[in-house]
Each structure stands twice: as structure tokens, then as C-alpha cells.
Design a protein around this ligand. Sequence first.
Ligand SMILES: [Fe+2]
Ligand SMILES: [Fe+2]
Length: 297
Amino acid sequence: MITLAHITDPHLPLAGVRFGELFSKRVLGWLSWRLNRRHLHRPEALARIVADAQAHDPRVIAVTGDVLNISAAAEYAQGAAWLRRLAGADGLAFVPGNHDFYIDRAATRDGKARLTTAHGGAVPEWPWARAVGNVALIGLDSTHAAPWGESSGAVGAPQLERLAHLLRDCRAKGLCRVVLLHHPPRPGMTKPGKALRDADALEAVVRAAGAELILYGHLHRWRHETLDTASGVAHILSAPSASMRPDAGSAAAGWQMIAIGRRQGRWFFDVPRRALAADGETMRTIETLRLNSERPA
Ligand SMILES: [Fe+2]
Ligand SMILES: [Fe+2]
């Protein structure tokens, strides 16, 4: 049994922005933070989520992006330090979100790499793959140079080609394939300006090569969908922002534990979903999904 904790969209408090950094699309994100988002994404809520996830002692903590807000230089330092505190080098898996690559600059490309290698080491080729016991974690970078007013993403043909190869290779090795990315992986899961532009191509790769789990963020909601693939059913799961205060009208801060086991040639997933209660202190299990990789008859 391998246990993963899935935490997404922590949106750490925005501080230390240099004035010169705001002469760009960042000014919109900065205004949004000052006027609205800083009241919604609260460090005390995030601290409860992190403590609860760590108390469950998962083998790996997977973070599916949006650690930052506007990709300012100071945010990368804060974000990398937060990731290092979250889990040790072999217990952390990170993929970036649109807020971790808010604009395309040399500094944000370096910053994204800095988050990805928070514990040191070489910048991986995307998608990276890592085996943890009989589970293969496969991380995609879905960030791109999104235009003003968009939080869209794109994976791109080179990543898709490598993904198809990795999925087949990991299946041949008998591994459970867990794909991590920030954006919703299927077409039509959100509005176009927020969506993965090549979701149809990604879906085609997953259908053909198969995957067991896809974990994503971006929507700040609990979701569970399935996709029929050549090798069975892929379960597609997301969780709310890990810092969302519970009384703001959106899904309260939460995270999900994914316990992965194998019995009689099938993969099983027990997924307790933990959320912050209205008191802002108590953590509770709001539901437990019991899933497997077999296609329904
Ligand atoms: Fe987000
Ligand atoms: Fe996002």
C-alpha cells in the first residue's frame, strides 16, 4: 500500500513584490490579491491543511501547482521554502500552475525550475516520472505564456509524445500510473480562457496508453470524473485550494489522501477527502471514495 497526499493551489500570501514587477500583466493579479484574494486564501487555513496531511504520514505529498500568485521574485523564494518544509526530497512531487508562471520571462522560467527543484538536483525533463514502490508518479508542466485575462494552459506536442511513451513503459513494468498536472485534463471541464488548450490531445493519449489516476487543481473544487482507456478506467480527481477559508462561499480548504493497493490484478484506491470545518480549526473527512481501475461491466 502506497499513500499519497494531494494538496493543491495553496496560493501563499503575496508579499515582497517590487514596484517594477507590476509593469506587466502582473498588475491585474496584484490588484486581485489586494482587493479580494488575500481575504480568501488564508495562511491559517493552509497551516491546518498541511498539519493534517503531515499527521497522516503519507509516503509522498503531491502538490499540483499554484503555490504562488503573480510569480514575483520574492514569491519563488517563499514558495521553494514552503515546499521544502512540506516534505523531504523523496516525499515531495510538484508540478507548476498558471500562477507559478504568471508571465513568461527568463526570471519566471528560472523561478518555475526553482520550485520544481526545491530540494535541489537537476531540472527534470517534462514530463518527469518517478517510481515509488509499485506506483509511478508522472508530472506534466501545463503552464504556458497565457495572454492577459487568461489562466489557460497547454502541455504541447513534445510532452504528449514523451507522456505516451512513459505511460506504456510504466504499464509494461506493472506500475500504477498517477499523472499530475495543474489544469483539468479533459475538454469541456472549464471555460476556454481557463482550460488546457490541448486537452483533447492529452485525452487521446491517455485513452490510448492508459493511466490509473490523474490528479489536478486549478478549479479549487472537489471533483471526480472517469475516463475509459485502453487499459481500464482512469480516475480524475481534484481538490479545493488548500488555503481557502471555510466561510467564503467556495469549497473550504481541503486535501485528499489516496491509498493505493493492488488485489487480483486490479488497482484499488481509497480516497478520504479532508476539509476544514466552519470553525476554521477542525479537520474532518467529508467523504471517502472507494475506487478501482476496472471498467464497469
Ligand atoms: Fe489556483
Ligand atoms: Fe490555476
